[in-house]
Design a binder for this molecule. Structure first.
Ligand code: NDP
Length: 504
């Protein structure tokens, strides 16, 4: 949660607690001189001031990005690659400090930030820094009359807007392909979790990114994010966040004919058939449900289990869930940290009340974990909750909760479970567990989801198309898809004057 404070007394604001925009290669405060506050979720206490950006900051950043765009677009790919690799090296060299910042800012376990968030940010930068060296271009020989080839050129200034759940991971997932393909960027991280984006800005200066190539503007979504979306000099918007925000962005950007990539919410099914290897299915389904406190768009929050194994599966699932250690995110044994904010905790709790109203039974969790250290007395903690007794059509099983809440539902046959799994507005990801590879293929083809994992979850290859169907999004990220999104394909048609044989 953030709130605006007007011009805090400089003596009361420790320098290390003041974040800054990155605009035109400099770390600068908001034009308004106002600040927002960000809070440490594990303690509920003040963490830092961040600039309360507005249209003026976005205008400045877009102007800086526009000025840098032509030169960056003409910089040879090999040089852009070197610059991005330098940034990757700076991030890697600061990995431990960045992991701590990410953990403190989001409430996620430090072990998770260390193992996943920061290494993945480095991998994102390296992946696109090297992918740009290996692009290819189509050519079409049109009978004997012409040669057509496809020229892919950067779009110009790309707007990259990212959410709070995987802050540096998802921010770099956007800016890396945008920069690699020769665009300049104005990025807007979530004001809820701005710390690592601020640090990335400093590291970009250290890595000698040319001024204006990467700009980062902090502030509220409806102010900074909306100004970026509506800016006439920003032709492409890559957004990851909630479906309602995505709809607002599409409504604003559509009439301007901007290129849009929207990665939105999910309500992902985990489907467990009776012939599955339960020694793997149970622990992976628990991880899929509760990793990052269930705050990953890919989390499996609806677990469908074939009726013949339902009771034993629920018992094993609950046992594993209860064994998860909730605690101070900075402690090495902690597996479940805090939720990102008080308002988000309250939203998740409201869904637990709804589940009970709808006839569900909270088998375990849903309360505050016992034994939290004094430091975490006011933190936003919730014990992972397992619900049974709800049908697939109820609101609890259709709406995105985005927290440590899972609902387990029995099914009798394949057709029934496919229909139930598809019965939400979302279509981001699914995980299918079966001993039959034929069934794995069959069900994967029937599910309405951008990604289907068979006998695994969150096994990622950065080359594959990533994104959602239905209300989970428009477009795909990853590999060539991202490089294509950030470039405009232009057909160049060259007429052949001389036909084969003419010279003979
Ligand atoms: P939000 O939609 O609230 O915010 C996402 C970003 O958009 C933030 O930077 C936010 O700014 C900004 N924003 C808010 N309003 C506007 C606006 N009107 N115009 C432009 N930008 C705006 O999502 P959350 O941050 O709450 O993230 C959680 C959601 O993200 C979940 O629904 C989750 O499923 C989804 N998500 C999807 C993923 C995917 O790949 N499909 C991956 C990860 C998350 P601010 O926060 O500063 O207000």
């Amino acid at each position: 949660m953030s709130r605006t404070t007007s011009q805090p007394d400089a003596r009361t604001v420790a320098a290390e607690h003041r974040l800054a925009h990155l605009i035109g290669g400099e770390m600068v405060p908001a034009a308004s001189g106002d600040w927002l506050e960000t809070v440490e979720p594990a303690t509920g206490r003040f963490l830092a001031h961040l600039p309360d950006g507005d249209t003026r900051d976005v205008d400045r950043a877009v102007a800086a990005a526009t000025q840098a765009a032509r030169r960056w677009a003409r910089t040879p790919a090999a040089e852009r690659s070197r610059v991005l690799l330098r940034l990757a090296e700076r991030v890697e060299a600061n990995a431990e400090a960045l992991a701590r910042l990410e953990s403190i800012d989001t409430g996620k376990p430090l072990t998770l930030a260390r193992a996943v968030d920061i290494p993945r940010a480095v991998a994102n930068l390296r992946f696109f820094a090297t992918a740009i060296l290996h692009t290819r271009s189509d050519a079409h020989i049109t009978d004997e009359a012409a040669i057509n080839y496809t020229l892919r050129q950067p779009r110009g200034v790309a707007g990259c807007i990212s959410p709070w759940n995987l802050p540096l991971y998802l921010f770099t997932w956007k800016i890396a392909p945008a920069l690699a393909t020769g665009n300049t960027v104005v990025g807007k991280p979530s004001e809820v979790t701005p710390m690592t984006a601020h640090r990335l800005g400093e590291l970009a200066i250290e890595a000698e990114l040319p001024p204006g190539v990467l700009n980062i503007v902090h502030g509220l979504g409806p102010k900074v994010g909306a100004a970026l979306v509506e800016h006439p000099a920003v032709p492409a918007i890559s957004f990851t966040g909630g479906t309602a925000t995505g709809a607002a962005i599409a409504a604003a950007a559509g009439p301007m004919f901007k290129k849009l990539s929207l990665e939105l919410g999910g309500k992902n099914p985990t489907i467990v058939f009776a012939d599955a290897d339960l020694d793997h299915a149970v622990p992976t389904a628990v991880r899929a449900a509760f990793a990052n406190q269930g705050q990953i768009c890919l989390c499996g929050s609806r677990v469908f289990v074939e009726r013949s194994i339902f009771d034993s599966f629920v018992a094993a699932f609950v046992r594993r869930t209860e064994a998860l250690t909730s605690g101070d995110p900075l402690e090495p044994e902690t597996e479940q940290g805090a939720l990102v904010s008080k308002s988000h905790l309250e939203k998740v709790q409201s869904y637990l009340r709804l589940a009970e109203t709808e006839g569900g039974r909270i088998v375990t969790g849903g309360d505050r974990p016992a034994g939290l250290p004094v430091r975490c007395g006011d933190g936003y903690f919730l014990r992972p909750a397992v619900i049974t007794g709800l049908d697939a059509a109820c609101r609890t099983n259709r709406e995105e909760i985005f927290g440590p809440v899972v609902s387990i539902i029995p099914f009798d046959d394949e057709a029934e479970v496919v229909a139930a799994a598809n019965a939400t507005e979302y279509g981001l990801a699914a995980s299918v567990w079966t001993g039959s590879i034929d069934r794995g293929h069959r069900v994967a083809a029937e599910l309405q989801a951008g990604t289907v994992w068979v006998n695994c979850w969150l096994l990622r290859d950065l080359r594959v198309p990533f994104g959602g169907m239905k209300s989970s999004g428009v477009g795909r990220e990853g590999g060539d898809e991202a490089m294509h999104f950030f470039t405009e394909p232009k057909n160049v048609c060259i007429k052949r004057n001389e036909r084969p044989g003419d010279a003979e």
